[in-house]
Write a protein that binds this ligand. Structure first.
Ligand code: UGY
Ligand code: MN
Length: 244
């Protein structure tokens, strides 16, 4: 319950912070016992959609084959991805990239919590479409970000120009920061996975914690510091490898 109508949620033209207290579910055609919370979408001016998917019981959520590509991350529980007649199991921290023109169905249960990033794939003449890839984030070795061993970056998808998006996990020890205020053409959709910190978005500084979602439009100045006793970790989307 929100006391006196307060929330940390802010939606502005170039950035948004969506706190869990404001979540409202959406129902979609063919979804059985599956609920979508559309955190980020073109309706707010974004080029991507970021959707939290939960299940009230064993059920499924179909995604038709069209121009959209999808990257999915399992926050909690497990799921199965039904694709081309096969079942691909994904455990917690599992991820999968599904290329455009590919239908799939997510099967989950009450314990399953998934974040999915969805956008229109940008083809490049002469370049093949990116292949399906899946894995477990907990198996991916992180690298110190710009040499800082207290700020570790895991790159989930292959670094390959066929992919026009990246999905990464950034983990900061308490007190560690993004080394400078970034301003870049790439857009971000972000989910705080654990810990807490302060996110600078444009001219504002926001306290953020696990479960919060952030949208940063292209050129949104951004900076982060982890605060508290635990490391802070976030999953984020970034568009890459395409000329403006
Ligand atoms: O990849 C990035 O642009 C990343 N350093 N941005 C961020 O964490 N806000
Ligand atoms: Mn950035």
């Amino acid at each position: 319950m929100s006391l006196f109508g307060h929330t940390r949620t802010v939606v502005s033209k170039r950035h948004a912070l969506i706190a869990p207290d404001g979540h409202v579910p959406s129902a979609f055609p063919g979804w059985e016992n599956a609920t979508g919370f559309v955190m980020i979408s073109p309706a707010m001016g974004a080029n991507l959609s970021q959707i939290l998917i939960t299940f009230t019981a064993s059920g499924s959520a179909p995604f038709p084959a069209d121009k959209h590509e999808h990257a999915l991350y399992v926050e909690a529980g497990q799921c199965n991805i039904e694709l081309a007649g096969e079942m691909i199991p994904l455990a917690t921290t599992g991820f999968i990239f599904v290329p455009p023109n590919t239908a799939f169905r997510i099967h989950g249960n009450e314990a399953t919590r998934i974040t999915i990033f969805r956008k229109i794939f940008e083809a490049v003449p002469g370049l093949e479409f990116p292949p399906l890839v899946s894995g477990l984030a907990s198996n991916i070795t992180g690298e110190p970000f710009l040499g800082n061993p207290r700020a570790i970056l895991q790159t989930l998808l292959p670094i390959d120009p066929r992919y026009d998006l990246a999905i990464n996990i950034f983990t900061y020890q308490p007190g560690a920061t993004l080394p400078f205020v970034e301003t870049h053409i790439m857009e971000h959709g972000l989910l705080m996975l654990s810990g807490q910190g302060i996110y600078r978005l444009e001219e504002s500084h926001y306290p953020v914690t696990a479960g919060d979602v952030i949208w940063m439009a292209p050129y949104c100045p951004q900076w982060f510091v982890a605060v508290g006793d635990e490391p802070a970790s976030y999953l984020y989307y970034k568009d890459v490898h395409r000329l403006p």
